[in-house]
Design a binder for this molecule. Structure first.
Ligand code: GDP
Ligand code: ZN
Length: 303
C-alpha cells in the first residue's frame, strides 16, 4: 500500500492511503535507525505500508521532491517540517503586524531555496492605512514576477482568489504568527474551525504539548500543510553559490559578471551590482541578498 503522511506527533503517523482511507501507522524498526533527529518521516512524505498484526507499519519512504526546512538563527539544528509541497503562500499583514520588504524577502527566499514556488499574500487590507503598505509591496514584488494577492480574512476580500490557488496540489501558508494564516483558512473553509488569536499556536505552555504537524484537506480538493510558526528564518547552511538564483530578477544580470562564481558582494565588474546602481534591481532586494549571503556562509550552523 502507498499513502501520504497526513499527521505526525507522539511517535504516531496518520496516513491517507491511495484509496482515500486514513489509517494510523507506526514506523518499522529499521526506519527509526538514525534517531528521531533525522526526521525519517514527515507530513507530505509518500510512504509504503504493510499491515502488521492489528495495525499498519510504514516500511519505506519515497524520495522527496521538495523539503521545507526550518533553519533558525537561534538553534543549530535544521528541521524538515514537510515534504513534497507544491507551492508556498507567504503570508504577511499590511498592518498589525506591519510587513516590510526584509520580512517578505526572507519568506520568499525560504520558498525559493526550498524550490517550493512562493506566492505573496498580504492580509488585513481592511485595516486603516493598509493600502499605503500593501500597494508599494504589491508593485515591488509583481515587478519581480511574483504573484501577489491582497486579501482580508476579516472582510472576505480576495479569499475566493486565494482559495482558487489552494485548490490543487499541496500547499502551505508560511508567515509570522498573528498575520492571519488560520483566519484565512477558516474564511476559505469555515468547517476547519482553526483556532485564531495570540494563543492559537502556543498550546498553553508549549512544553509538553506535542505539536502536531498535519495536512488539512480543503473542500475544493486541495491540501494545505499546517506547519508551526516561522518567526525566525535563517539561511545558515544554504550554499552561498545557490543564493543568486533565489532572486529571480538577478538572473538576467549574472552573465555580465566578469568572474565566474562571482558572489556579487565585492568583486569588480559585477553585473548584479551594476544593475543595483542603475536602479534596475531594487536596493532592498540587494540588501536582503547581502544579509542572506553572510548568513548562508555561516557553516557553524551545520547540525
Ligand atoms: P496566525 O497566527 O497567522 O494564524 O493568525 P490568526 O489567524 O490567529 O490571526 C491573528 C489575529 O489577526 C486574530 O486576532 C485575527 O482575528 C486577526 N485577523 C486575521 N485576519 C484579519 C484580517 O483580515 N483583518 C483584520 N483586521 N484582522 C485579522
Ligand atoms: Zn556579480
Amino acid at each position: 500500500m502507498i499513502g501520504v503522511v497526513d499527521q505526525t506527533g507522539g511517535g504516531s503517523y496518520r496516513v491517507r492511503l491511495e484509496d482515500g482511507l486514513v489509517v494510523e501507522a507506526s514506523l518499522r524498526g529499521r526506519l527509526k535507525v538514525g534517531g528521531a533527529k533525522k526526521e525519517r518521516v514527515v507530513i507530505g512524505d509518500r510512504v509504503s505500508l504493510e499491515q502488521s498484526g492489528e495495525g499498519w507499519a510504514i516500511e519505506g519512504v519515497e524520495q522527496r521532491t521538495t523539503e521545507l526546512v526550518r533553519r533558525s538563527r537561534s538553534k543549530r539544528v535544521h528541521k524538515v517540517l514537510a515534504a513534497n509541497l507544491d507551492r508556498s503562500f507567504m503570508v504577511v499583514a499590511a498592518k498589525d503586524p506591519q510587513a516590510n520588504p526584509e520580512l517578505v524577502d526572507r519568506l520568499l527566499l525560504l520558498g525559493e531555496s526550498s524550490r517550493i514556488k512562493p506566492t505573496l499574500v498580504i492580509n488585513k487590507v481592511d485595516l486603516p492605512g493598509a493600502g499605503e503598505v500593501a500597494e508599494p509591496l504589491k508593485n515591488l514584488y509583481e515587478s519581480i514576477g511574483y504573484l501577489v494577492l491582497l486579501v482580508s480574512a476579516a472582510a472576505g476580500v480576495g479569499v475566493d482568489r486565494l482559495e482558487e490557488e489552494l485548490c490543487s496540489g499541496t500547499s502551505t501558508l508560511i508567515g509570522p504568527s498573528g498575520v492571519g494564516k488560520s483566519s484565512l483558512l477558516n474564511a476559505i473553509d469555515p468547517e476547519l474551525e482553526l483556532r485564531t488569536g495570540e494563543l492559537s499556536r502556543k498550546g498553553g505552555t508549549g512544553r509538553h504539548t506535542t505539536v502536531n504537524a498535519r495536512i488539512i484537506s480543503l473542500n475544493c480538493g486541495g491540501f494545505v500543510a499546517d506547519t508551526p510558526g516561522f518567526g525566525d528564518i535563517a539561511f545558515a547552511g544554504i550554499p552561498p553559490s545557490e543564493l543568486d538564483h533565489c532572486f529571480p530578477e538577478f538572473r538576467e544580470h549574472l552573465a555580465l559578471c566578469r568572474f565566474r562564481g562571482c558572489s556579487h558582494v565585492s568583486e569588480p565588474d559585477c553585473g548584479v551590482q551594476a544593475a543595483v546602481e542603475k536602479g534596475v534591481i531594487p536596493t532592498t532586494r540587494f540588501r536582503s541578498y547581502l544579509k542572506a549571503h553572510s548568513e548562508a556562509a555561516d557553516l557553524s550552523y551545520y547540525g
